[in-house]
Design a protein around this ligand. Structure first.
Ligand code: CMC
Length: 392
């Protein structure tokens, strides 16, 4: 089988060296550039975390204000780009729109796509982080048939995004502080997660020298699947399907039954064999948002809390070290904030964009970087002679 080893799912292969994110899955630890995720979620804000991920250090006050100013100045998208959205069916899934739109940005900015030029890389990074909320909000507005709302640059990143999603022309719309804070925290929690499937996809796409917008589109496409970014949507759908607390045992039994493909969505993780540290913050944010909208008696929350309690005591989940992951509570929170389930994975993509950009940039700047090219163990037919069609 040659001098390489078979490692399906890459469970024992390190694909790169990185200084961005550290995870200790056994202990449930997640650090960005050394800073614990709970401290960042509690004390920082999303754009500061973006700066940290991209630059390696927390910004000074002057650096932060300049960075925020730069991002704010890139939030607009060209009106010509709006026509791109019109090509989609009126009820298109927003993830389909966002996957296409981010790739299409490379058609708009082809004058600054030299990946070996640090200035080009920088401006692409700014554009991606700044325009993603505008594009995500347009995907939402388009799919519900409402007019687009332009970015308002006097607002913070999360508040501006919420306004673009929920404001309606000619009607007053005030972003509630608790919602803006929750949105910002959800963005922080999703910002990066080392070599997960979508980030590895971005790195692999980028290793060929593809432009950053094309690489991000590849990452978004990968994120869409229910085992990855699609899990928040799947987790909420599951909670809705369970519906009432008395039906939980039936679903727990199904999750344990190996002849049934059903899995408890929002449970388990390739790396965390302990409580996902992001889930702890997410659970708190969930309660804050539900309190703010007066939905703490939401039956979905009751199902979630009870499901978590039962699963954490069940020998199957205990032995396999299956704990709630970030997606377990994010769906309920996003629903309470007013997002339709179709938008959940888009929100994940929006937040993860910075992680993808930071990882892409780190890879491009690494002098040892080569094209990613895994090998395989061939198990097909041995060499044989071609047979004409009348002899087969
Ligand atoms: N419900 C029931 N059983 C499970 C679950 C689950 N959610 N997750 C894993 N298992 C079982 C699995 O059947 C297997 O059992 P056995 O060893 O008897 O065959 C064992 O646990 C190990 O599972 P695996 O599929 O080999 O583990 P993996 O590391 O390949 O998969 C995972 C990780 C996250 C895809 C998986 O746990 C899963 O499908 N979870 C549900 C989807 C989900 O919540 N995904 C979000 C992940 S966090 C956000 C993100 O990364 O995007």
């Amino acid at each position: 089988t040659g001098h390489f080893t078979l490692d399906p799912g890459f469970t024992s292969t390190g694909s790169c060296e990185s200084q961005i994110t550290f995870i200790d899955g056994e202990k449930g630890v997640l650090l960005h550039r050394g800073y614990p995720i709970d401290q960042l979620a509690e004390k920082s804000d999303f754009l500061e975390v973006c700066y940290l991920l991209l630059n390696g250090e927390l910004p000074t006050a002057a650096e932060l204000s300049e960075y925020k100013h730069t991002i704010t100045n890139h939030t607009m998208i060209h009106t010509q780009f709006d026509r791109f959205f019109d090509g989609f069916r009126r009820d298109a899934h927003p993830m389909a729109i966002v996957t296409g739109a981010i790739g299409a940005l490379s058609a708009f900015y082809h004058d600054s796509l030299d990946i070996n030029n640090p200035q080009h890389r920088l401006i692409s990074a700014h554009r991606l982080i700044a325009k993603m909320p505008t594009i995500a909000a347009r995907a939402h507005k388009y799919s519900i048939g409402q007019p687009f709302i332009s970015p308002r640059n006097d607002l913070g990143y999360a508040a501006n995004f919420l306004r673009m999603c929920f404001a309606v022309p000619a009607e007053d719309y005030q972003v509630q502080e608790v919602m803006a804070r929750a949105m910002d925290r959800i963005f922080i929690l999703h910002a990066d997660h080392e070599q997960n499937a979508s980030t590895s996809t971005v790195r692999l796409a980028g290793s060929s020298g593809a432009n950053p917008f094309a690489c991000m589109a590849a990452g978004i496409a990968c994120l869409w699947g229910p085992s990855h970014g699609g899990a928040n949507e799947a987790a909420l759908t599951m909670l809705q399907e369970i519906g009432t607390v008395d039906r939980i045992p039936e679903y727990i039994a199904r999750a344990k039954d190996k002849s049934d493909p059903f899995r408890l969505m929002g449970f388990g993780h390739r790396v965390y064999k302990n409580y996902d540290p992001r889930a702890t913050v997410m659970q708190k944010t969930c309660h804050e948002v539900l309190d703010a909208v007066g939905a703490h008696n939401d039956p979905l929350l009751q199902v979630a809390v009870e499901l978590e309690r039962i699963a954490l005591e069940d020998p199957y989940f205990v032995e396999k070290k299956l704990y709630p992951n970030i997606d377990f509570y994010s769906g309920i929170t996003l629903k309470a904030m007013g997002f339709p389930t179709e938008m959940f994975t888009v929100l994940f993509a929006l937040a993860r964009t910075v992680g993808w950009v930071a990882q892409w940039q780190e890879m491009i700047e690494d002098p040892t970087q080569r094209i990613g090219r895994p090998r395989q163990i061939y198990t097909g037919a041995a060499k044989r002679d071609y047979l004409p069609v009348n002899k087969r």
